[in-house]
Design a protein around this ligand. Sequence first.
Ligand code: NAD
Ligand code: ZN
Length: 254
Amino acid sequence: MIAPDRKSAIQHLGDLIASSSRAVGFTGAGISTESGIPDFRSAGGLWTKNQPIPFDEFVASQEARNEAWRRKFAMEDTFRAAKPTRGHRALAQLVVSGKMNAIITQNIDNLHQAAGAPADRVIELHGNGTYAVCLDCAVRYEIEWVRERFTQTGGIAPDCPSCGGLVKSATVSFGQAMPEEAMRRAEIETLNCDLFLAIGSSLVVWPAAGFPALAKRNGARLVILNREPTDLDRQADLVVRDDIGDVLEPFLAA
Ligand code: NAD
Ligand code: ZN
């Protein structure tokens, strides 16, 4: 059902959380917009400015790598300044209190961890943008390390000094393989939960978008909290089309 207003949405959500013992949170870019990081698909979102660079282009072309890093550095100050939102904090509290077993996130901004959710309870389906890795030898590089070389060379994306491989932010691009361990853990948590809260995702990016439907098929209650409708709304026990921070604020402990 679609919640008719905010008050009943909060009431209904509170009842579902109270009667759950193994909840799972599933988040998309919408939970972070309050922190100043734009999402992809809203008006003015990142998508409307730049189509993402697919993985095969990144690998095939030095120019695509230069452009990928240029965009990354252009957004870097916004990401660095971002603080966890009310939504991040409410979910972190649910995890710490033992109500929520895990947070499965499509986000790469590290804000669930920054809000106090234990890192081993946060499952990152699309990686983490706060560092970089060599695609060949998997050595980790800090973003600052890449930025220094990029700046020194007038905008050329650096290769890995130890093996010559390509250095990419530790995120999953379109066309890039999903991280196996994260996918496996996300499936286990989804199948184990009794309440699945999908928050701030347009639910169009696959395979991530498969988890809410899987939870529902497996007998969990499904809540979709998102400003805009999603294709899965019909299957949800509760649909809340409202602002995430406003709806989750009452779940923050004083
Ligand atoms: P999306 O942009 O496709 O969808 C975000 C949804 O959140 C939209 O439907 C929008 O209406 C809703 N929304 C935005 N702010 C809201 C608010 N305050 N209250 C309620 N709803 C709100 O995002 P997605 O589903 O996560 O897919 C985009 C992909 O881009 C993801 O895979 C993610 O990895 C990546 N991404 C990540 C970040 C980040 O880490 N913060 C930012 C942009 C994109
Ligand atoms: Zn390497």
